[in-house]
Design a protein around this ligand. Structure first.
Ligand SMILES: Nc1ncnc2c1ncn2[C@@H]1O[C@H](COP(=O)(O)OP(=O)(O)OP(=O)(O)O)[C@@H](O)[C@H]1O
Length: 256
C-alpha cells in the first residue's frame, strides 16, 4: 500500500559526538507531513531545526527511529528531496545557466528536456536576461532566485528550505516567498521550511511547529487558518487575524 504521508518520522533521535561531548539534538521526535503541505519549523537557536532537515535529507544518520518519504525509508540522500540553504552556494566560476543545472548534473539528469524546463523556471523568476552572467554580477536577491531555480530544477517532491530568505531585504523576501508559493501550488510539492521569521512562517506556512525543549521536541502546533493561507504573502501579513497569530507564536517560542 502506498503511504498517505510525504514525510513520516517516528521516534527519531540524533546525537552529535564531538571530541569532548555528546549532544543529543533530537529525542524521540514523531511527525507526519501530508503531500502538498507546507510545514514550518520555528524555535530558539540550537533547538534542533536544521538537524531535523539534515536527517530528512539523509545527510545525517539518526541514532534511533526512522524517516520515510512517501513510504520509503531514508538511508541517505534521496531523489525525493532537494535542499536550499541561507547561503546560496552558487559556484562563482559557473554562469547562471551552468549553476542552475548543477543538481541535474550531479543526479545524471541533465537531459535537453530537463534543461529546457529549468530555463522556463528561470524565466518565471524574471532572470532570463542574466542566463550568461556569473554570480558576482548578480544582486543578493537574484542570487537567491538562481539558488531556488537550482533547488527546483531536480523536480523534488519535497523541498527542504533552511532559512533561504533570511539574508534578504523585506521586498526581495516577500517577492521570493511569492515565487516559491506559486511554484509549490502549481507543482503540488511538499515543503518544510526552517525560519526565525515568525511573520514569514504565518505568511507562507500551512502548519507551524514550535520546536524546543531539552532536546528538540514539538512544543506547540499552530494551523494557519484557510483564509490566510489563501492569500499571497504580502496580503496575508495585512490580515486582521495575523497579529494575534504572531503573538501566539512569539509567546510559544519565548516561553521556555
Ligand atoms: N556538527 C555538530 N556537532 C556537534 N553539535 C552540533 C552539530 N550541529 C549541531 N549541533 C548541536 O545540536 C543542537 C541543534 O543544532 P541545530 O543546528 O539543529 O539547531 P537549530 O535549531 O537549527 O539552530 P539555529 O536556529 O541557530 O540554526 C545544538 O545544540 C547544536 O549546538
Amino acid at each position: 500500500m502506498t503511504s498517505p504521508y510525504a514525510v513520516q518520522i517516528e521516534d527519531l533521535t540524533h546525537t552529535y559526538f564531538t571530541k569532548t561531548e555528546e549532544v543529543t539534538a533530537i529525542s524521540k521526535l514523531s511527525l507526519t507531513v501530508q503531500p502538498g503541505e507546507f510545514v514550518v519549523l520555528v524555535g530558539p537557536s540550537g533547538c534542533g531545526k536544521s538537524t531535523i532537515l539534515s536527517l530528512i535529507a539523509g545527510l545525517l544518520t539518526p541514532a534511533a527511529g526512522e524517516i520515510k518519504l512517501f513510504g520509503n525509508r531514508v538511508t541517505g540522500p534521496s531523489p525525493y528531496t532537494s535542499y536550499m540553504l541561507q547561503k546560496d552556494g552558487l559556484l562563482e566560476w559557473r554562469t547562471v545557466a551552468q549553476n542552475m543545472i548543477l543538481g541535474l548534473e550531479l543526479r545524471h539528469q541533465a537531459t535537453a528536456d530537463a534543461i529546457a524546463q529549468t530555463h522556463r523556471l528561470l524565466d518565471e523568476m524574471g532572470l532570463s536576461h542574466v542566463t550568461h552572467h556569473y554570480p558576482h554580477q548578480l544582486s543578493g536577491g537574484m542570487r537567491q532566485r538562481v539558488a531556488l531555480v537550482r533547488t527546483l530544477a531536480v523536480r523534488p517532491e519535497i523541498l527542504l528550505l533552511d532559512e533561504p530568505f533570511s539574508a534578504l531585504d523585506i521586498q526581495n523576501k516577500i517577492h521570493l516567498e511569492q515565487l516559491l508559493m506559486d511554484v509549490l501550488k502549481e507543482q503540488q510539492k511538499t515543503a518544510i521550511l526552517v525560519t526565525h521569521d515568525l511573520e514569514e512562517a504565518i505568511a507562507i506556512g500551512d502548519r507551524i511547529l514550535v520546536i524546543g525543549g531539552q532536546p528538540g521536541q514539538i512544543l506547540h502546533t499552530l494551523s494557519v487558518p484557510a483564509d490566510i493561507r489563501a492569500l499571497p504573502p504580502l496580503e496575508a501579513r495585512a490580515h486582521p487575524a495575523f497579529r494575534s497569530l504572531f503573538d501566539e507564536l512569539w509567546r510559544e517560542v519565548n516561553a521556555r
